[in-house]
Design a protein around this ligand. Structure first.
Ligand code: SR1
Ligand code: MG
Length: 391
C-alpha cells in the first residue's frame, strides 16, 4: 500500500495493522510540535498503555504545502535510531517499528518527560547530568560510525546509505547561508535591523561561514543527529533516576561531529542569555564545558580500540582539536540563524524585551564564528561571553 497522510482517526487502525495494538480503541490526540512532522499519541482508555506515532509529511509542517519536502526524511530518522540503539540505547526513545510505506515511526510515549527547552524556558536550571549525557551521546554515536569505530567497507556503505540531500540542503541554506544574504525566509525583530544588515556585508564573517558551510558539505566524519538543539532532548526522571533522551534525528547524515556539539552549545548559550535577561541565571554557563568534557572523555575512552589504524594518541589529540574548533564555529552559526534566519527560538522571542539578549547572542555568534581558531577551550568561550556588553 502506498503513502497516505495519517489523521487522528487512522492511528488506531495503523497501530493494529502493524501488531502494536489490540482490539480496544485508544484515545488519540495530535501533539505535533516541531517544524517538520506530525506526532500522535495513542493511549488506552484506562491510561496504562501509550504509544507515539510520528509521520513525515510531504512538506515542512510549519510552512505547509508551499514548502514541499520528501517524507523520505523519516528513513534517515529510522536509520539513525537503528545506529544509536547499538551504542547508546539508554539515550533514545524505544522504537517499536518503522513503516517505510507511510514514513511513520512507532515509538514509546515520552510524555512523562519534558522537552529540555520547555523546562529551561519555564525557569529551571539544567541540573546535573543532562549536558554530560548529551556529550556522551555525541561521542558514542560519532565514534561508532567514524573510521575509528567501524571497519572501512562497512562505513562506506553507511556513508552511502545515509546521504540525505534534501535535509542537508535545508541546513546548508537556513543555517549556513540565508542569514548572510537577502532571503525571503529571514525575519528578525526591528531592534536588530542594524546587526542583520551588517552581517550581510561583513566580508570576514561571510568567508568564515562559507568555510563552515563547506565543512558541513564535505566532512564525512561520522553519523550525526543533525539537529541537536534543546528541543530535540527530553529530560525527567523514571524510578527516581534522571533520564535524558535525544530524539528527532531526521536531519541525520554522515557529517562533521562538531555540527552536533555546536548546535547544542548554541542552544545552551541562548538559554543563558534568556536566564540572564530574566535574572534567573544558574548553571547555564557551565553546559558547554560539561558537554565538551563528557564528549572528549568518552571519545578518548573508546579510542584504544583503533590505535592500530591511527597509530597513536597524537592523532586523537589533533582530531579532537579539530572537532572542538569546528563545534565553536557551528555554535556561532546556529546562534545567528536562530535570531535573523527562518526558525527562531521561544527562549528569546518570549522575553518581555527580546532585543538586548538577542543582540548579545548575535554578537556572540559572530565572535565564535570568526575567532573559532583562537578559542582553544571552554574558558576561552566563557571569556567571550563575559566580555559581551549589555546592548
Ligand atoms: C524548515 S526547517 C527549519 C528548522 O527546523 C528544524 O528543526 C531544523 O532545525 C531546521 O533548520
Ligand atoms: Mg526536529
Amino acid at each position: 500500500m502506498g503513502y497516505r497522510i495519517l489523521e487522528a482517526e487512522d492511528i488506531a487502525g495503523h497501530l493494529r495493522e502493524r501488531g502494536h495494538w489490540g482490539t480496544d480503541d485508544p484515545v488519540v490526540r495530535e501533539v505535533s510540535d516541531g517544524n517538520m512532522n506530525r506526532v500522535f499519541l495513542a493511549t488506552s482508555t484506562e491510561g496504562t498503555r501509550s504509544l507515539a506515532v510520528k509521520q513525515a509529511l510531504p512538506w515542512v509542517r510549519v510552512a505547509g504545502p508551499s514548502w514541499p519536502m520528501s517524507p523520505e526524511r523519516a528513513d534517515a530518522e529510522a536509520r539513525a535510531y537503528e545506529q544509536v540503539a547499538k551504542v547508546a540505547p539508554d539515550k533514545i526513545p524505544a522504537v517499536l517499528g518503522y513503516d517505510s510505506d507511510n514514513y511513520a515511526l512507532v515509538m514509546e510515549d515520552m510524555s512523562d518527560l519534558e522537552v529540555l527547552r520547555t523546562v529551561l524556558n519555564d525557569g529551571a536550571a539544567y541540573g546535573s547530568g543532562t549536558s554530560a549525557r548529551v556529550g556522551e551521546f555525541v561521542a558514542q554515536l560519532s565514534f561508532a560510525t567514524s573510521d575509528f569505530g567501524m571497519p572501512s567497507a562497512e562505513r562506506k556503505a553507511l556513508v552511502a546509505a545515509s546521504v540525505s540531500p534534501e535535509l542537508c540542503k535545508i541546513t546548508e541554506d537556513v543555517v549556513l547561508s540565508e542569514p548572510y544574504i537577502e532571503h525571503e525566509h529571514n525575519h528578525w525583530h526591528p531592534g536588530l535591523d542594524d546587526l542583520a544588515a551588517s552581517f550581510k556585508t561583513d566580508a570576514r564573517l561571510r568567508t568564515e561561514v562559507a568555510d563552515l558551510r563547506h565543512v558541513f558539505m564535505t566532512s564525512a566524519q561520522a553519523l550525526l543527529h543533525g539537529d541537536l538543539h534543546t528541543g530535540s532532548i527530553m529530560v525527567g526522571a523514571r524510578e527516581d533516576a534522571p533520564v535524558v533522551r535525544v530524539f528527532d534525528p531526521e536531519f541525520s547524515f554522515v557529517g562533521p561531529i562538531g555540527f552536533d556539539l555546536g548546535l547544542y552549545w548554541a542552544n545552551t548559550l541562548v538559554s543563558e542569555e534568556r536566564a540572564r535577561a530574566l535574572g534567573t541565571l544558574a548553571d547555564h554557563g557551565d553546559q558547554l564545558r560539561l558537554s565538551w568534557e563528557a564528549f572528549a572523555t568518552e571519545f578518548r575512552r573508546l579510542w584504544p580500540s583503533r590505535v592500530d589504524t591511527f597509530f597513536d594518541d597524537a592523532y586523537l589529540d589533533r582530531f579532537l582539536r579539530r572537532v572542538w574548533t569546528e563545534s565553536v564555529g557551528f555554535a556561532g552559526a546556529e546562534l545567528v540563524r536562530r535570531i535573523i534566519g527562518f526558525a527562531h527560538l521561544a527562549d528569546l522571542t518570549t522575553l518581555p524585551d527580546p532585543v538586548p539578549a538577542s543582540r548579545r547572542a548575535l554578537l556572540l555568534g559572530r565572535e565564535l564564528i570568526v575567532r573559532r581558531a583562537e578559542l582553544t577551550g571552554p574558558d576561552d568561550v566563557r571569556a567571550v561571553v563575559e566580555a559581551l556588553t549589555p546592548t
